[in-house]
Write a protein that binds this ligand. Structure first.
Ligand code: C5P
Length: 232
């Protein structure tokens, strides 16, 4: 599995997104379309970015009863995305239903991964607000094991957790890691963060980078810096 950098296209509109992507004249980054853009522009934005030959991670983090998630995944399976996701806290049964729904009639399926704990969640919040009394890393590993048991391809987690997940779930179990910041950058609302270089050392397979690229003075250079520090 090749390592890659996925740019989070967290923009409010199609115009803002395409204006941003137009800056990348000599490369076609793997991009993540999340709730903000998908809810404002609908499936058409996925098709438009696909037509520009970008790989797409559709980050909608489904979490509902298994039947609803399965039917939603049937809809998403027609969009031609390369990767999509659910919340592991929806249970093993829900994740299995997601996989069934996403599998097309020819047996192929986009990569399907599950969010363990959001990288914005600190251990105290998880214990106080979600009433989960364990260590955060133990919860993340237990959710990753559930994800593997459900037949999914990997998890979204903090880069700080990637090594422990590979140790527990195998090196081929994918770790896709947001919470990336260049040294000296603001953490924004993220709490479990690290640099692209350190994410590579810990063993992330993909890093997801939003604001450090989108808000940089030169986004293309910031993206290339991520590639240099993470992929090489
Ligand atoms: O701007 P920033 O680099 O923090 O963006 C991170 C992206 O990754 C956001 O689009 C966020 O929704 C997403 N994400 C995350 N933590 C997760 C799952 C997804 O930050 N556990």
């Amino acid at each position: 599995m090749g390592k890659d950098v996925i740019i989070a296209c967290d923009f409010p509109s199609k115009e803002d997104t395409l204006k941003f992507l137009d800056k990348f004249t000599d490369c076609k980054p793997f991009v993540k379309i999340g709730m903000e853009l998908f809810y404002s522009e609908g499936p058409a934005i996925v098709k438009e970015i696909k037509a520009r030959e970008h790989k797409i991670f559709l980050d909608l983090k489904l979490h509902d009863i298994p039947n609803t998630v399965e039917k939603a995944m049937v809809s998403l399976s027609t969009l031609g995305v390369d990767m999509t996701n659910v919340h592991a806290s929806g249970t093993i049964e829900m994740m299995k239903a997601a996989r069934r729904g996403l599998t097309r009639s020819d047996g192929t399926s986009p990569v399907l991964i599950a969010v363990t704990q959001l990288t914005s969640t600190a251990q105290e919040q998880m214990q106080r607000d979600l009433l989960i009394p364990h260590n955060l890393e133990d919860v993340v590993i237990a959710y990753a094991k559930n994800t593997k048991a459900a037949g999914l391809d990997g998890v979204v987690c903090s880069p700080l957790e990637a090594a422990a997940i590979h140790k527990n779930c195998g090196k081929d179990f994918m770790t896709v890691t947001p919470g990336i910041r260049f040294s000296g950058n603001s953490a924004d609302d993220q709490t479990r963060i690290t640099t692209p270089e350190r994410a590579r050392e810990i063993g992330s397979d993909y890093i997801v980078v939003g604001r450090p690229i989108a808000k940089a003075d030169d986004p293309v250079e910031a993206y290339k810096r991520c590639i240099r520090e993470f992929c090489n």
